[in-house]
Design a protein around this ligand. Structure first.
Ligand code: ADP
Length: 191
C-alpha cells in the first residue's frame, strides 16, 4: 500500500483520437491496482456536466480548461493523482493552469492528424470533413503543439503500454510515485 501520496496533475493534451483517453484508462487501472488514489477528468465527460452548454469557440474552450484546471488544483492539493485528458489546443491557457497547479506534468499525446483521422474513434473527423461540425481541432481549428512537454507519447509509433510507461517513469523520476512499470504485453500493443 501507498503510505503517503503526493498530489499531481497529469495533463494529457493532443488531437482527438491521439490516445489521451486510452492512456488515462490504462494509468488509472494500473495506479489504482498499486494502491494510489486517482481521479480522472475526461474532456468528453466534463462537457456533459461541469462545462455543459459551453461551445468550441476560443473563449469557451479557455473557460472549459479553466474549470478543469480549478477542479484539478483542488484535487491535487488534497494529494490526489489527477489524470486529465482534454484536447486543450491553446498553449497560453495550458501554461496558465500549469502555473496555478504547480505539481503538474504536461504530456503531449502526439499522433499525426492523418493517423487520428484514420482511427476516427468517434466518427467526428468524418463529420468535420463533411462540414457537419465546425471549429474541429486539426481540421478548421488550431492545435498549438506543446513546446516543452514533460513527456511526449508518439502513439503511432509505440504501444499503449510503452506510452503509459513513459508517464509512469516520469512520475517516479519526480518522486510522485514508486510505481512499477507495466510489462509490455504484446496483446495491448496495437488496437
Ligand atoms: P483521445 O482520447 O485522444 O481522443 P482515444 O484514446 O479515444 O483518443 O483513441 C485513441 C485510439 O488510438 C484508440 O483506439 C487506441 O486503441 C489507439 N492507440 C494505438 N496506439 C496507442 C497508444 N500508444 N496510446 C494510446 N492509444 C493508442
Amino acid at each position: 500500500m501507498v503510505e503517503k501520496q503526493r498530489g499531481v496533475t497529469i495533463w494529457l493534451t493532443g488531437l482527438s483520437g491521439a490516445g489521451k483517453t486510452t492512456i488515462c484508462q490504462f494509468l488509472n487501472t494500473e495506479l489504482r491496482s498499486q494502491g494510489y488514489q486517482i481521479e480522472v477528468l475526461d474532456g468528453d465527460v466534463v462537457r456533459q456536466n461541469l462545462s455543459k452548454g459551453l461551445t468550441f469557440s476560443k473563449e469557451d474552450r479557455d473557460e472549459n480548461i479553466r474549470r478543469i484546471g480549478f477542479v484539478a488544483q483542488l484535487l491535487t492539493r488534497n494529494n490526489i493523482i489527477v489524470l486529465v485528458s482534454v484536447i486543450s489546443p491553446y498553449r497560453a491557457i495550458r501554461e496558465e493552469v500549469k502555473e496555478r497547479i504547480g505539481d503538474f506534468i504536461e504530456v503531449y499525446v502526439n499522433a499525426p492528424l492523418e493517423v487520428c483521422e484514420q482511427r476516427d474513434v468517434k466518427g467526428l473527423y468524418k463529420k468535420a470533413r463533411a462540414g457537419e461540425i465546425k471549429n474541429f481541432t486539426g481540421i478548421d481549428d488550431l492545435y498549438e503543439i506543446p513546446l516543452e512537454p514533460d513527456v511526449e507519447c508518439k502513439t503511432n509509433q509505440e504501444s499503449i503500454a510503452q506510452s503509459s510507461n513513459r508517464i509512469l517513469s516520469k512520475l517516479k523520476e519526480l518522486g510522485y510515485t514508486n510505481s512499477i512499470l507495466l510489462p509490455e504485453v504484446e496483446s495491448c500493443s496495437r488496437i
